[in-house]
Design a protein. Structure first.
Length: 243
């Protein structure tokens, strides 16, 4: 029901509706459209747009399909947090997402080097990605300092894989612009394909997880999808590399 394509089409307000549906699925079945709108902090018009993007004519049909979807799952309630991760894996368990992974591999396969770019937690994941890709035989490096000086030699025959949850970090966008200016191919891995980074990139993969910030704005949004996507790209890429 919640396919990767459908989730990718949601704007920020519609994503708020999705997050309420995922977190309170058992209750949503019995909510009126106004109650769901209030719970998500949006208008009823936004809820209707969300329903249509889930391939439902209206809210009544959405509630029926949600009830059937939950009944088909036949699984015991799971802890908050795990539910969101399970939902992610269900949304990508299809040929469509496999095709997106294949497209990412196609962008990388002929590159002489792969440069992972990110700051903070994304920088740490970039370092992991560089090691993982190096393990399979693809020469890779990482940049976790957004002020790292980038020279022209770095762009030659390279692909930059840029990681950012929001896709709006100014320093990361500056680096992305430099790569783009020098015609270096960019693959972005963000939480939303509507972000500025996703629009700069030649190719974007998004994972659509609820944003969680604590202690004045520190991001603790789960990065399990990022690890999975990086490893999946790497494993498929390994099939095309010399043994």
């Amino acid at each position: 029901m919640f396919t990767h394509t459908a989730l990718a089409s949601l704007n920020d307000l519609e994503m708020q509706v999705y997050q309420v549906v995922i977190k309170q699925s058992e209750n949503v079945m019995y909510m009126t459209i106004r109650e769901l709108a209030d719970a998500a902090g949006v208008s009823t018009t936004t809820v209707l747009r969300f329903c249509r993007k889930m391939q439902c004519e209206g809210y009544a049909e959405f509630r029926v399909r949600l009830k059937l979807y939950l009944e088909q799952e036949q699984q015991p309630p799971i802890h908050y947090g795990v539910n969101e991760i399970v939902s992610f894996f269900k949304s990508i368990n299809n040929d469509e997402f496999e095709h997106l992974i294949a497209q990412a591999v196609a962008h990388i396969i002929d590159a002489r080097r792969v440069i992972f770019v990110g700051a903070g937690t994304s920088g740490t994941l970039g370092k992991y990605g560089a090691r993982f890709f190096s393990n399979i035989g693809k020469f890779s490096s990482h940049i976790d300092d957004p002020y790292f000086p980038v020279n022209s030699d770095m762009y030659k025959d390279a692909v930059a894989i840029i990681l950012s949850v929001s896709g709006e970090t100014p320093e990361i966008l500056r680096l992305a612009s430099q790569f783009s200016l020098h015609r270096c191919k960019i693959i972005s891995l963000t939480n939303s394909e509507n972000s500025s980074l996703a629009k700069i990139a030649d190719f974007n993969l998004s994972y659509h997880m609820p944003l969680i910030r604590v202690n004045g704005g520190f991001d603790i949004t789960t990065q399990v999808p990022v690890l999975y996507i990086l490893e999946t790209i790497g494993r498929q890429l390994a099939q095309y590399l010399p043994k």
